[in-house]
Design a protein around this ligand. Sequence first.
Ligand SMILES: [Zn+2]
Ligand SMILES: [Zn+2]
Length: 367
Amino acid sequence: MSTVLDPIKMWEDLHKIPELAMQEVKTAAYVTKTLQDLGIEVQTGIGGTTGVMGIIKGSEPGPVVMLRADMDALPFTIDGKECAIHACGHDSHTAMLLAAASRLKDRVKKGTLKLLFQPAEEEISGALAMIKAGVIDDVDYALGAHIRPIQDVPAGQICPAVNHTASNTLRVEVTGRSAHAARPHLGVNALDVACAIVQGTQNMWFNPTNIWSMKATQLHADQGATNSIPEKAVITFDCRAQTNPLMKDFRERFAKLVEGIATGYGATATITELGACPAAEYDEDLKQMVIESIVRTHGQEAVAKDCGGGGEDFHYYKMHKPTMKAAYFGLGVGATPGLHAATMHFDPKYLPMGVDVMVDVVERLIG
Ligand SMILES: [Zn+2]
Ligand SMILES: [Zn+2]
């Protein structure tokens, strides 16, 4: 007997148990039990994390297809109390993937379907932990999805590609030389150097047909006294680029600029990467399949134009295994006021649409 599970009901359950990155214990238990009840093979504690994988094998040889959902919620402080809230909708992704599992469990004829419930997307550490555990080594196709805010995709429509940008957080530590403020010529003012570096980065130009930005978001330079030349300054930069090659170009020019300015002032500067996330790289043929699946399941009028913005650690999978085909669609659910707002809410009635697309793509690949 086959049970088809309702994504809305499961979303309601999961929405009540929001958990932070790498702490998705109850969520993972819910996922594990649901998969087990469906009779699907389950691996838990993947790579020592809360990651869960369901595996459905076909009887004939064929490709390995992976559907991926993320499970973590975001931290907030409300009325002075720390809490976790599903403000990015990862509960809905987990619910949609479980619903897809229930529909696909007897419909994989060839190859293998992997259902990956990934922890810690928000901290950009979950995908890397899954890769380390070898999860994608045998995967030929990877499909991800995210609900979209109303500004990106109209409710009831689906965009076939979410074009996330690459992001980098860089810390620049400038070391000058301390001196008495009355004798600035005897020192090297790290604050002056930091300001020159910030100014310099604002004059870096790249092809304006690409999306990119670099902005200083933090600056610390304080030796404790107001009459002393500060020896140290620390700047944090948030950088975004449309493509991975552009980010690479960005990083190289940034390093030269920082070093050149620091040297010119008689200071030194070191750059440390605090965090990074690759840009989306999709395969046109798999994206085309997603478009066809949207049309097959909900008609041409359900196809929205591609959207962009933000980062996603899903793209580490493709970066780690470039031969694997990847696609990632965005589901318009009327999310407002926007993702990551504590009050983010949406209409779950649209979730079955996302399930339909996942199921249709998988059936066409290995059904
Ligand atoms: Zn998020
Ligand atoms: Zn998210």
